[in-house]
Design a protein around this ligand. Structure first.
Ligand SMILES: Cc1cc2nc3c(=O)[nH]c(=O)nc-3n(C[C@H](O)[C@H](O)[C@H](O)COP(=O)(O)OP(=O)(O)OC[C@H]3O[C@@H](n4cnc5c(N)ncnc54)[C@H](O)[C@@H]3O)c2cc1C
Length: 295
């Protein structure tokens, strides 16, 4: 099995990357939707696709299975996510070893959220406390793995301040992260300020902006606070006007994301990562708008 290209190689090519994020579906119907979405995106050739790891560490097999399908049947570079939740060090190393044996060389290494009902993250016995611990563990045992890490332009919700969060991000970078992907944000100013703050701290990694094409007012009101992402008044007002019309709401979300993407790229962002929630319509519209050159 030929090893995959590390995403860092793509990032250093100067090409503006398009990546999309899938989640591993729970049932057959969800599986079919994921495959339909992947099929719709096929002509736009995402540079890589990521596959999330379920809350509570529940999707180990499904993340692996869908990473293989997207890699083998679609020919895409895949980046499965992995979190520290619910696994010992030995189990985490086992998971990484299976990916490595399969030729996968890109992993998004995260801590994960505390399980539902808990406010504080408690590592499992012989488990890891922070994403930086996971990154260091993988880096030590699989030096050729390219490791993505999460970054929070509006600060991680648990961090006492942006300054503190940046200190922790520096530890993550120094532990061996290869690049950063941001939490979703709706106002590019957060990304630009965050990038400046990273550079001022000596965090020099590429920072891929993560965007959610909004589907509805209800969705952004749920996701925004959950992710610690603020909602610009203009976006809320536009979504309010079309609150009862699903199609019109989606069109507002796509248009908003379109303007975000093009401003980010004009100002030198290395590409864009779309949180597509396994849905194709807005992802296809946005991918088409990028008028991508053949790779
Ligand atoms: C791009 C992206 C993809 C994601 N994919 C998934 C997924 O697939 N599955 C999933 O369950 N979740 C996912 N998440 C959510 C993520 O798991 C949560 O945001 C989680 O709460 C933090 O994960 P992290 O890797 O950023 O943690 P960390 O980097 O470990 O940070 C967590 C908190 O601890 C603090 N901290 C870090 N290091 C230290 C230190 N040394 N000392 C003291 N405090 C410290 C940080 O400031 C922060 O507040 C994703 C997030 C992003 C941005």
């Amino acid at each position: 099995m030929n090893p995959d290209r590390p995403i860092t190689e793509l990032l250093s090519s100067g090409r503006r990357l398009l990546s999309v994020e899938f989640f591993p579906p729970k049932n057959e119907e969800g599986g079919e939707q994921l495959l339909r979405t992947a099929e719709a995106l096929r002509p736009y050739r995402p540079d890589f696709v990521s596959i999330t790891y379920g809350a509570g560490g529940t999707t180990r097999e499904r993340t692996f299975r869908y990473a293989k399908i997207l890699r083998d049947d679609f020919g895409w570079l895949v980046m499965p996510h992995l979190t520290c939740v619910g696994s010992t060090r030995a189990e985490l190393l086992d998971i990484v070893a299976s990916y490595h044996a399969d030729g996968i060389r890109n992993i998004m290494a995260l801590r994960g959220d505390p399980p539902k009902g808990q406010t504080e993250f408690v590592p499992c016995p012989d488990g890891l406390r922070y994403a930086s611990n996971l990154i260091a563990l993988i880096r030590e045992n699989f030096p050729d793995m390219c490791l993505g890490a999460g970054a929070y332009p509006e600060k991680h919700p648990e961090a006492a301040s942006m300054e503190e969060d940046l200190d922790h991000l520096k530890i993550k970078a120094d532990a061996g992260a290869s690049f950063l992907t941001t939490q979703l944000f709706f106002d590019n100013e957060h990304y630009f300020k965050f990038l400046d703050a990273c550079r001022a701290r000596g965090i020099t990694l590429p920072v891929l902006p993560g965007l959610l094409p909004a589907l509805s007012l209800a969705q952004v009101r749920r996701f925004g606070p959950m992710c610690g992402s603020s909602l610009p008044r203009a976006l809320v007002e536009q979504l309010q006007v079309v609150e009862d019309d699903a199609r019109a709401s989606e069109a507002v979300g796509v248009t908003w994301a379109y303007h975000q993407i093009h401003e980010l790229l004009r100002h030198g962002a290395p590409g864009v990562h779309l949180y597509i929630l396994n849905r194709s319509a807005s992802a296809v519209t946005l991918a088409r708008s990028l008028e991508r050159e053949p790779s």
